[in-house]
Write a new protein. Structure first.
Length: 148
C-alpha cells in the first residue's frame, strides 16, 4: 500500500477557538491560512476547520459508549500510551473542556486502551485512544472474530 494521509473537513463555530484547541492545546501545526478556515496537521493527518456555525453538530444526536456517553459524531486519534499521557496532561494544564476524563476501557482484552474525549470548544467531540501498540486497535481474539 502506498503512503496516504487521512483528510477530514468539519464545521466550527469559532476559528480563534479552533486555533487555540488544535494549535495550542493539541500542538497540531497550522498549515494554510485561508479566509474562513484553518488547516492543521492532526497527528500526521490533514484536518480542516471551516467557520460554519450553522453546520456545527455539537451535542445534538445520540451518545455512544454507555457510561462514557461520547457523542456519536466525533473524530479522533489512536496514539501510544506515552503520547496519550502527554496529551491528557497538556489538556488538563491548559483547561480543555472534558467530555470524558481519561479511563481504561476493554480492560484485560487485547484491545485494552486508555480513552478520553474532549470538546474543541467549537461544537466538536474529539476522542483519544492510547494503546501500548496502536495497531491493536484492530485486534480481535480468534473466538471474537468468529462471532462478529
Amino acid at each position: 500500500m502506498s503512503a496516504t494521509l487521512f483528510h477530514f473537513s468539519f464545521a466550527v463555530s469559532d476559528l480563534d477557538q479552533a486555533r487555540k484547541f488544535y494549535g495550542e492545546i493539541l500542538q497540531c501545526p497550522e498549515g494554510r491560512k485561508l479566509k474562513g478556515r484553518a488547516d492543521f496537521n492532526f497527528f500526521g493527518h490533514h484536518i480542516v476547520a471551516h467557520l460554519a456555525p450553522e453546520d456545527v453538530v455539537g451535542d445534538k444526536g445520540r451518545k455512544i459508549g454507555g457510561a462514557l456517553s461520547t457523542p456519536l459524531r466525533h473524530f479522533g486519534v489512536v496514539m501510544t500510551l506515552d503520547d496519550f499521557q502527554k496529551t491528557a496532561q497538556r489538556a488538563e494544564q491548559l483547561g480543555a473542556a472534558w467530555i470524558n476524563k481519561p479511563s481504561i476501557t476493554q480492560q484485560g482484552t487485547v484491545r485494552e486502551q486508555m480513552l478520553m474525549t474532549l470538546s474543541d470548544g467549537c461544537g466538536n467531540a474529539i476522542e483519544f485512544k492510547g494503546l501500548a501498540k496502536i495497531t491493536d486497535v484492530y485486534a480481535v481474539k480468534e473466538n471474537e472474530a468468529a462471532t462478529a
